[in-house]
Unconditional design. Structure first.
Length: 343
């Protein structure tokens, strides 16, 4: 390899690094701007100085309750849940080398949803119990999917098919529970299933925030191994990657965030599905797009919630807006994969 080739490769890598830094920085700035908008906007628009004084601990009549009790928990729930959905969805799509391999499609969020609906309709439990049950159910669901699809050699198609079957079974269980449930319990279950930031409370957010702060570094540190897994099972093994251990750590980290985020906000549609492809298009190749995908997810949820609150005469849950965005992309993706013979 001559000096010109080396210089060309080095220049290309520097360009990709600058692009990654620029895109990540812009996504961070956009997320901060949307967070500020979430705190400032509402039925009453408060001055910036009053919001800052309230966040600093000063009590201002009217402002303190609206900001600290309603808007701040809603903003934090959207920020961290969106980040969790984004980075976890990207992890599954990259690891399994398939854009359809996201937690919504392979049944993980359906497991959490089934447990939550059962607690709401049958057991009539508190929100705390609903959250705990949905987290446990999400972890159990992915364990069952992994065990049923685990064989040598590991097959992405097998895991996706098992996950789709699990999702169909769990969705059928949810439909049955909604059908036989008492009339007064149905609205609460539907609100949870639609994915919403309404009613977010500060005392419900620590598990979500802690899971994101713990699991994100694990996924980022395994980013190089995650990229190698894209090459396939045999190639990754020949390059010295312990594929089973790496895959298990990535799955556990991603599922933990997905389950806890679902417990906090409900299954916000298509955020995990959209974030990875958008981040990959913005960042390009050569560097891990885990962090950009998380930031894209956070921006999607925050922006969709603002649109749902203020763009229409009737206020819509955030999951309705993200569903409107994600459904056309899913149809486009299926058509494109069919044309390429990938379905």
């Amino acid at each position: 390899m001559n000096n010109n080739s080396v210089a060309f490769i080095v220049a290309g890598r520097r360009h990709r690094r600058r692009r990654w830094i620029l895109v990540t920085s812009l996504l961070t700035v956009l997320a901060c701007a949307l967070c500020c908008a979430m705190l400032l906007l509402g039925s009453t628009i408060y001055p910036v100085k009053d919001v800052i004084r309230t966040l600093a601990g000063e009590q201002i009549k009217g402002v303190s309750f609206a900001v600290n009790t309603i808007r701040l928990p809603r903003m934090l729930a959207g920020l961290f849940a969106g980040f969790a959905f984004g980075i976890a969805g990207n992890t599954f799509q990259t690891m399994l080398r398939n854009p359809l391999a996201n937690p919504n499609v392979i049944g993980i969020t359906a497991g959490s949803s089934a447990a939550a609906v059962f607690c709401i309709i049958v057991l009539h439990t508190s929100n705390a119990v609903v959250s705990i049950a949905s987290v446990i159910a999400g972890l159990v669901t992915v364990t069952v999917i992994y065990l049923l699809s685990r064989a040598k050699p590991f097959s992405v198609g097998r895991l996706i098919l098992v996950g789709i079957g699990m999702q169909a079974m769990l969705n059928a269980a949810i439909s049955y529970l909604l059908l036989v449930g008492a009339q007064q319990d149905i609205p609460a279950a539907f609100r949870w299933l639609s994915g919403s930031l309404n009613g977010a409370q500060m005392n419900q957010l620590p598990p979500l925030i802690i899971s994101v702060l713990i699991c994100t570094p694990i996924i980022v540190l395994l980013g190089k191994h995650l990229s190698i897994l894209e090459l396939g099972e045999q190639s990754a093994s020949s390059l010295g990657v312990n594929t089973d251990q790496t895959r298990l750590l990535l799955i556990l980290s991603a599922v933990c965030m997905i389950a806890i985020a679902t417990a906090a906000t409900g299954p916000i549609a298509f955020v995990a599905f959209l974030s990875g492809p958008i981040a990959k298009r913005l960042v390009g190749t050569g560097f891990s797009n885990a962090l950009p995908a998380g930031l894209v997810g956070a921006n999607l949820v925050l922006a969709a919630d603002l649109v749902g609150q203020f763009a229409f005469e009737v206020r819509f849950p955030v999951g309705i807006i993200t569903g409107i965005l994600g459904a056309p992309y899913l149809i486009f993706l299926l058509i494109r994969m069919n044309r390429k013979g990938q379905l």
